[in-house]
Unconditional design. Sequence first.
Length: 342
Amino acid sequence: MVNLLATLILASEKAARIARSCVSNTQKDALLVAEKDISESNIRFNKDYKTVADVLVQETIKANIEKAFPELKNQVRGEESSEINGQVIVLKNFDHTVELLSQLIPPSAAKIMAAAAYSKNIVTCKDLPQDLPDLPLSDIGIWIDPIDATFEFIAGVRGEAEPGKGLICVTVLIGAYLISTGEPIIGVINQPFANEGQGNIIWGISYNDYKRWGGTYDMNFHSPPNTLLISASENIEIVEKFNKADWEVKILPGAGNKLLKVALGEVSAYIVSKPTIFRWDTCAGHAILKAKGGEILTYNNRTPITYNTPLTASTKDNGNLDGIIAFSNDAIYQKLNEILNT
């Protein structure tokens, strides 16, 4: 499984380079923002959007995984469709990709983004464990969220982000799960604009009793105790319960961004009580949390989330309809449960 982990990390870094290429490009219209149709959109938003970078990132990740592991073809899926503004993005080679992108964005910008997608000599995480258990590839499925926090990405590229938000909230999420059980087993979160724009990566593996995690972050965070992350749309009743219990409640954008902070130990937990978060949002972070002794449970039922929905499932059916509770360890969960049950 070490080769699969390395492939996911490499794919995430190519994705990060594509995201960063949009910022370095002087032609800001190269971002190409398109409104999603109702079958793709998140019910949380009146209007939901994707960019040409979202689609190119997803197709680049899929192409890299399927090239390294042909057995996984048709077992890799993600948030976005491969179509944007009537153009289907399918990666064949550099020139073909430039040609496709040039029908959507200026040719000079198309070349920059395609170069990122086909970049080589990428430095990834070193010292990956070599004792990983073998898994039948026929039992592995993969979820991709190509650019999580798209609104923050758009605002950041355009220079319109609010202080403390924007590009720093953007993550690339790749999670692997067992098709037979739905259990998350491998997670990679890439934060393209961290580390002064050089990016950072965290990965985790949780398979039976095998638990490993690592990455390029400083893993020695000392978080303030009793810190909860939520989204701006969270129910006020939940906020009030935690405030009364002397917890600090913070609002941050991006599901991947919030799960990253739980995984790194910067905060204690993350709660979503509404059906506004999806399998592609949580699979990567879930695997990493399990590797570190944490978990993600449904908010309504307190049962582990699984990821083996049918390949034909709609966007709605791939939602975590019962919400989520993400936490870093069992002691934190006991505190959360007590507060929520008051």
